[in-house]
Design a protein around this ligand. Structure first.
Ligand code: GCO
Ligand code: MG
Length: 400
């Protein structure tokens, strides 16, 4: 079998998605997600200008070799643009291989290790009553594990609370959010106390600090919220300083999850070797695909660290499907983030995976189980969009 064509499709059915479609001489096609939120077109160029010409004429079955060729062969390694581009190729090739075998991808990854995949959803409110309503709404949708985010008194625009911008209300420049770490540190324990009082001890609760704390602030927060028994505290510090987590770990038993902005195993080495975290958070889409993420999970498993694949709305259904096949196959699965997508996105990317009673399943369609409606995709072209930025009261930029 040979690759005869590879096209990059950019579509915006509510938000931007970048998809690679590889076609073989036997008529099989494979899809890969290359969406990098707010920087989409850089990956489009990386793929169309530098990767697609290298794929034509090659054997789609040689997934590992293609991965090494694109990663080592480029000389310039790592980084979100490179790794999103490689991920799209990797997932498209797995899709083709599984379709050629007539099997859902998870069967090629060792088969199912579980019957269903527990998902967590997002609840958010400007204040505590609004958050409690939002938790109830997620429970009504079936979720059995819920991430909780609230506004902070005195701040107007806080991460996770402001509704996600659809492209139609995007401004030409990033929205500016505001932040005050001491106010947040005072407020969050009260929020979690109220959620526990309302929903009891049994509901798995998660919280995302979105890289905003210093190590000592994170250590204090982890300790303060221990009574509320979080499933995890996510991205407590900007963890490219991996050693910082030693300090956090010394002070708290709150479980820690990190990694959605990481692209390779090297970003995790200290975190995993020293067991400084409990969950690895990378997305298939930003980590170079199924091939390296499987290796990361196997490495993490030796340290009792579990998977928790990043799954916000900016991971397309293609990236989500790839994640679900991995989730079903690996033994050290932890939980899967799942925000769902707009109905229109589900029409552009028809998918076999399902969400029922809080659990996901990739389905039994051969491959990853996603088909792209190219006509509908073309009817919703790319619209420039940015992630927000974050500023402190004095006007200085803070981690977002
Ligand atoms: C999460 C993430 C997202 C990111 C977004 C950036 O835990 O789901 O923090 O909400 O902010 O994916 O593109
Ligand atoms: Mg996060």
């Amino acid at each position: 079998m040979k690759i005869v064509d590879a096209q990059v499709v950019v579509t915006s059915p509510g938000r931007n998605f970048v998809t690679l479609k590889i076609t073989t001489d036997e008529g099989l096609t494979g899809l890969g997600d290359a969406t990098l939120n707010g920087r989409e077109l850089s990956v489009v160029s990386y793929l169309t200008d530098h990767v697609v010409p290298l794929l034509i004429g090659t054997d789609p079955h040689r997934i590992e070799d293609t991965w090494q060729y694109l990663y080592r062969g480029a000389y310039w390694r790592r980084g979100p643009v490179t790794m999103a581009a490689i991920a799209a190729v990797d997932v498209a090739l797995w899709d083709i291989k599984a379709k050629a075998a007539g099997l859902p991808l998870y069967q090629l990854l060792g088969g199912a290790s579980r019957e269903r995949i527990r998902a967590y959803g997002h609840a958010a409110g400007r204040d505590i009553p609004e958050l409690l309503d939002s938790v109830r709404a997620r429970q009504a949708e079936g979720y059995r594990a819920i991430r909780v985010q609230t506004g902070v008194p005195g701040l107007t625009n806080v991460y996770g609370v402001r509704p996600d911008l659809s492209v139609s209300d995007q401004l030409p420049r990033p929205v500016v959010e505001d932040w005050d770490t001491p106010a947040y540190l005072r407020h969050l324990p009260r929020v979690l106390e109220a959620v526990r009082a309302e929903f009891g001890p049994g509901l798995p609760l998660l919280h995302d600090a979105h890289h905003r704390l210093t190590p000592i602030q994170a250590a204090r927060l982890g300790k303060d919220i221990e009574p509320y028994d979080l499933f995890w505290l996510e991205d407590c510090t900007p963890a490219e300083n991996q050693e910082a987590l030693r300090l956090v770990r010394r002070h708290t038993t709150t479980p820690l999850a990190i990694g959605e902005v990481f692209n390779t195993v090297f970003d995790y080495q200290t975190l995993i070797n020293e067991q400084l975290i409990d969950y690895v958070r990378s997305a298939v889409t930003h980590f170079g695909g199924v091939t390296p993420l499987r290796k990361l999970f196997d490495y993490a498993a030796q340290y009792q660290i579990k998977s928790a694949v990043h799954g916000p709305e900016d991971i397309s259904p293609v990236g989500m499907a790839a994640a679900l096949h991995l989730d079903l196959a690996i033994h050290n699965f932890g939980i899967q983030e799942y925000s769902g997508h707009t109905a229109l996105t589900g029409e552009v990317f028809r998918h076999a995976y399902t969400f029922t009673d809080g659990y996901l399943h990739p389905g039994e369609a051969p491959g990853i189980g996603v088909e792209l409606d190219e006509e509908l995709a073309a009817a919703h072209p790319y619209r420039p969009a940015y992630l927000p930025v974050n500023r402190l009261a004095d006007g200085s930029v803070h981690d977002w």
